[in-house]
Design a protein around this ligand. Sequence first.
Ligand code: SAM
Length: 297
Amino acid sequence: MLGYRHGFHAGNFADVVKHSVLVMELGRFVLKDTPFLYFDTHGGRGIYDLNSEWAETGEAERGIKRLLSLSFSGDSSGIPDSCKFYLDIVKKTWGSGSVYPGSPLIASYFIREQDYGVISELHPKDFKALENLFRHSRNIHLHFKDGFERCRSLLPPRGNMPKRGLLLLDPSYELPEDYSLVQEAVKRNIKTWTAGTILLWYPLIERRAGLIENLKSGIADFAGKENVEWLVCELAVRKPGLTERDGHQTSLYGTGMIIVRPGWKTRDKLEELLPFYQKIFAEDDCSYFKIESSGSL
Ligand code: SAM
């Protein structure tokens, strides 16, 4: 039973950081004509109306809307280039009435004729929305199937799938076993998909602190043994614990990403981007950001 609906959270600070990193990494793949594969295990619905009642959680108000109002205010001097690049993508849909793009739609702006997309989504309504969104796409393949299973059976790419590419793992972590499933998927692809960049999103939630530490150290140790570069970045916006915002309770106090085989400039870009996002999204003095990486980065 799937209880999680991303619509309640779309455009929050965690989406802003995650999608900024996604745009940053996808940008590298279109520098060459060689085809690439985009593999999204947990696609969501691809498009979110931030004027709908779903957005009443106020998360987008404290996330993308706050960032956009700064950008629309005319003074863009302090905005890092990688944030501008992300905002340019968001503005492609925003004009049609506060519509926010999810990861599949963001990726579709990079996917060219020669490239190949695979997107899994298990919620029937969100899958329908995806089908509608990509009804005219020939090279974006939608799977109404478990994303972890798709990742196990289709990766590393074979047959007509491009050999280089990007895997995004972005589950809802409703179930504690999601932490071990993502760890297993990342380790398997570190070993078997040697031309694949991996982006793994994880939440900062106090009661899951042990699982999160285990996830990070498990992947970093494994990548280190395989001599593969990795990077971890986190932004906490407030003190840990359950809190209430706009009448809704939330335990998410920060956002994290593990990037395996990042671009050679990714660390520099994050060092500019995270302090900027901290300034915009911090809710109290406990806010922090951090970047850790393999020694070679
Ligand atoms: N990646 C999306 C984005 O950035 O716009 C958001 C994804 S949301 C965090 C997680 C999604 O995974 C939800 O839409 C949920 O229905 C879906 N989901 C949950 N379990 C799944 C599974 N085993 N396989 C595929 N999708 C799943």
